[in-house]
Design a protein around this ligand. Structure first.
Ligand code: ACM
Length: 265
């Protein structure tokens, strides 16, 4: 199973241009699954609800159709972040579009910083779906800071966590080592690069998209700056083996009864 990390540097608000650029990166490498960044074609730093209204997409919009058509054309899965418009408000979401036309939606559970001004906390919970022989779980950026997120996906049976990101802090790419290791899963953190300067505030995104194996090996690492597509073959069987030696199976040996606070809050 070949996984691609797509690292871009979108121009804020230039949806068509950003989608075109993402597709030309995708066209450079053949893969079974492409993981793209969070808010992958709008840019990140919204400064008003009106702007989110203008740049967001409902699931039947033209932009989403373009991604579906691309997945069908390639015969591959594309997982990308976008600003989702719904009747109740906006979500910071990711969508997996499959080559049979099906989709799997995830809405970010843990909103970061000023996202809280514009987006609603996710309502889907963590989603896992199967493609070919691979179980793929969905998470978005700051979800990583809550270890329950990747743990839950691993307990739901994910072999690969597709982690669409717009990281601004320098820690996640290192933290993926521990999260991949203790959960025995592959983690694909697809991150963006570039700086957005909007209404007196500048945010710089840290690039260095990574793919980490269940053994904590860095299989891929993108550049700190600039766009890139990186590919690697992975074996889901490795993520299903939760044994670290003949005596220790790190999932079978969990002690959930001891992990509750038992009234000691
Ligand atoms: C983030 O959640 N975009 C840091």
């Amino acid at each position: 199973m070949r996984v691609a990390l797509v690292q871009n540097s979108p121009k804020f608000g230039k949806k068509e241009e950003n989608i075109h650029r993402l597709f030309s990166l995708i066209d450079q490498e053949k893969a079974d699954v492409y993981v793209l960044p969070e808010l992958s074609y709008t840019g990140y730093q919204f400064v008003s609800k009106k702007e989110v209204e203008e740049l967001s997409d409902s699931l039947d919009s033209k932009a989403i159709r373009q991604f579906k058509d691309k997945a069908i054309e390639l015969g591959s899965v594309i997982i990308f972040g976008f600003a989702e418009r719904t009747e109740e408000g906006f979500y910071n979401s990711s969508l997996a579009v499959l080559p049979d036309g099906k989709t799997v939606l995830y809405r970010k559970s843990h909103l970061f910083y000023k996202e809280k001004l514009y987006f609603l906390p996710g309502t889907t919970g963590f989603s896992v779906f199967t493609y070919k022989d691979m179980r793929i779980g969905l998470a978005i950026c700051f979800d990583w800071f809550f270890p329950e997120s990747f743990r839950t996906l691993a307990l739901l049976g994910a072999d690969l966590i597709a982690h669409c990101s717009n990281l601004v802090m320098p820690y996640c790419q290192q933290a993926d080592f521990a999260q991949a290791l203790v959960n025995r899963v592959y983690i694909a953190t697809a991150n963006r690069t570039g700086t957005e300067f909007r209404e007196e505030e500048s945010l710089t995104f840290t690039g260095e998209s990574v793919l980490v194996s269940p053994r904590g090996e860095y299989l891929l690492r993108g550049p700190e700056e600039g766009e890139a597509i990186l590919v690697c073959d992975i074996d889901p069987a490795l993520a299903r083996d939760k044994k670290i030696n003949p005596y220790n199976d790190v999932f079978k040996e969990r002690r959930p009864a001891f992990y509750t606070l038992l009234g000691k809050t």
